[in-house]
Design a protein around this ligand. Structure first.
Ligand SMILES: Nc1nc2c(ncn2[C@@H]2O[C@H](COP(=O)(O)OP(=O)(O)OP(=O)(O)O)[C@@H](O)[C@H]2O)c(=O)[nH]1
Ligand SMILES: [Mg+2]
Length: 330
């Protein structure tokens, strides 16, 4: 009989720093332990999995919408395969920032996983600056994430004014029921001790927040050699995503991609791409851009998320142009 796997959810709104926090936790993993990560993305392409693989954990992605909405089979299959393959000492789960964690928690603590997983404290990252936006405070997914959390962590405090952190403290202090713990951090730095303990498992269901879609059959992904330029889109929860899987030998201009990523229409821009300057991870959230070198991958992945419908043809053309620029600069 295998003992249940300690499991933690890392919640938070789009771009708040969940993947950064998980990468940081993986760096602090005790030697000899095997950790696994299940990452669920709103976009169809899935970038975070490719980013997380670098830290030596077993990673499984569920792209294409909130995992509670695409749930049922894809989530169960993904999770079962991950557990079977990794036999992990700990499981970390990053649901999409545009998702509904109450439903995920229900599945993870339900009959199917009761003897397999032991749900520990649920962590929720919050960017204190976003508490100034009424549309964030009123957003049902955000409210659901906060309600589901045992521990609330203010992240990106390096970008906050002191008053914004003080307002976060005031807001979090007024939440009912009170949270087990509240922390401030930057770059998603967390203490692995926060992962131990029990989840409070408060009643977090908010039926008005939740519209179940019929789980669609997952579409098989074509081989990149047969289709070297694949474009996929998704929409829901007031957001639109447009993503590309591209043959690894297609070389982009880094400068042109960075300029494109700062297009004001995007709430998020993420990419793991081959550029004339080498392989790069590009990450844009709230107008802030970060770029880092990375190892070559099996293919380039690019994803854009916006609150407005995106023009597929126009953005496709912009990407094509940034290949031309790489070629002409060589
Ligand atoms: N300045 C600053 N940047 C941060 C901090 N935490 C994360 N970032 C940056 O914010 C961007 C988004 O971080 P991610 O970790 O990808 O955020 P996420 O919540 O996983 O994003 P989604 O999965 O798309 O919802 C990246 O460019 C990070 O480098 C922080 O504390 N300070
Ligand atoms: Mg992420």
């Amino acid at each position: 009989m295998i003992s249940p796997i300690p499991t933690n959810l890392v919640l938070g709104f789009l771009g708040v720093g969940k993947t950064t926090a998980i990468l940081d936790l993986l760096k602090k993993k005790p030697d000899g332990e095997v950790w696994a990560v299940l990452v669920n993305e709103f976009g169809e392409v899935g970038i975070d999995g490719a980013i997380l693989e670098t830290e030596g954990a077993f990673v499984r992605e569920i792209p294409g919408g909130c995992m509670c909405c695409v749930a049922g089979l894809p989530m169960q299959i993904g999770l079962n395969q991950l557990i079977h393959k990794a036999r992990p000492d700990r499981l970390l789960i990053e649901p999409t920032g545009l998702g509904h964690p109450s439903q995920i928690i229900e599945s993870l603590t339900g009959e199917h996983y009761r003897d397999v997983l032991k749900l520990g404290p649920v962590l929720c990252l919050v960017d204190p600056r976003r508490l100034e936006e009424a549309r964030v405070l009123e957003n049902v997914q955000f409210q659901d994430q906060v309600a589901a959390a045992d521990i609330v962590v203010a992240n990106k405090t390096d970008l906050c004014e002191p008053g914004q952190v003080a307002r976060f403290d005031d807001w979090v202090g007024r939440l009912q029921p009170a949270k087990n713990a509240v922390f401030h951090t930057r770059q998603g730095r967390m203490d692995i001790a926060w992962l131990d303990g029990d989840a409070a498992l408060s009643e977090v269901g908010s039926p008005h927040a939740h519209h179940h879609h019929d789980p669609a059959e997952p579409t098989p992904v074509p081989d990149i050699r047969d289709e070297p330029w694949q474009r996929v889109s998704n929409q829901g929860q007031g957001h639109f995503s447009l993503g590309w899987r591209i043959h690894p030998e297609t070389v982009f201009s880094e400068t042109a991609l960075l300029a494109l990523s700062l297009d004001g229409r995007f709430a998020r821009f993420k990419a793991v791409v081959n550029t004339a300057e080498g392989w790069r991870t590009i990450n844009m959230a709230d107008g802030a851009l970060s770029v880092s070198e990375c190892e070559p991958r099996d293919l380039s992945r690019i994803e854009m998320i916006s609150e407005q419908a995106l023009d597929d043809a126009e953005l496709d053309a912009s990407l094509q142009e940034s290949i031309g620029q790489a070629e002409s600069s060589c």
